[in-house]
Design a protein around this ligand. Sequence first.
Ligand SMILES: [Zn+2]
Length: 417
Amino acid sequence: MKKFLFLAFIAISLQLSAQDLEHYKRCIKELSSAKYQGRGYAEDGANKAGKWIAKEFAKVGAEEVVCQPFTHNINTFPGKMEMSVDGKKQIPGQDFTLREFNPGIKGEFKLYYVDMENYDSEKLFADLASPEYDGAFVVCDFMFSFKHFADFRRLQSKDGCSNAGLIYTWEAPLKFYKAYGDTVKDKPIIWVTPDFPKDAKSVKLNMENKFLENYECFNVIAKVEGRRHDSCYVFTAHYDHLGKLGKKTYYPGAHDNASGTAAIITLAAYYAENTPEYDIYFIAFSGEDANLRGSEWYAEHPIAPLSEVRYLVNLDMIGDNNHALYCEVSDEGMQGYALFEEINTQKSYFEALERSELADNSDHYPFAKRGVPCIFFMNENGDAFKYYHTVYDTWENAIFDNYEPTFNLIKEFIERY
Ligand SMILES: [Zn+2]
């Protein structure tokens, strides 16, 4: 009988774990679907995703779910996004991407290729001032431009040079950068792959931007009550992503960061079933890919005082198949980090925890700089990470290998810290 009970217990716990994984996958599939158009600001994609997340938190049994609004200025590209080179049509996201601060642009422009072998700054500006190339687009390798930073900064400003914009070649698959969006700069910068023609004559563009002022979005905050309420744990993940590049192209962001959002939803489900010692807050942030706007706002307006946070765990891109777990830790979080290391050594969830310098690269940062004990986990260099900030970060390319070890590492940490 005892043996039977034991087997039954194993069967149930295996089943629960499989359910968690299935739930995790379902959340990623939902959030990276066309419904949310890349969880950006065009077509209200991020806000629609936020509403779904709030419902999901309630569904898994979180006691309180609140939405915390904030506003920011943001430059978006929901409209026309056409580019052709000597008449050959280029595909947004695949053949070209933009800088987040680009203005709209329409017209046909001559192309001027920078002579990278015999570079002569004076000749470059003299050529561009000549009637032949007045108002042209300048084509150059991005790494090369980096070496001549002052010249290329001049090419980027209206007062510095009369060129209409810049085209940089960069490695494929092309990355779309952040959507900082508080400014729109003078001239557009377009990124193209190394396949871009070496001797084309002209580029035809019809690209529209839309600058949204005081656009409202929101963080989603769920709470699961513990036995004690004098301090709390916080799990965070951003749910926004890069949105759209033209009418048809969107950035699904399955790995970045539907994966982390899905993980905190399944953690909420677990703790709603298994009452923790202390209260736990689960926060899905918006505005991360627009310069950590949501987490900065929350850190300034916390629901539970930051001084009461026992530990904060931020997840941004998890579930990939790399063997080491990247982390960043605040000074106040180092004691907790030692425990994470101890658990990982005992259980061998990852080959190593690889700690790096703190950086403002995800939502732990506003908390770290305010002295909150916190850690940031990320999976880099795996097969899903290859598609970071590209149109290929899709549900089909998502990988789930590291989900369970990460989940278990966090769960055991909460039991012991
Ligand atoms: Zn991210």
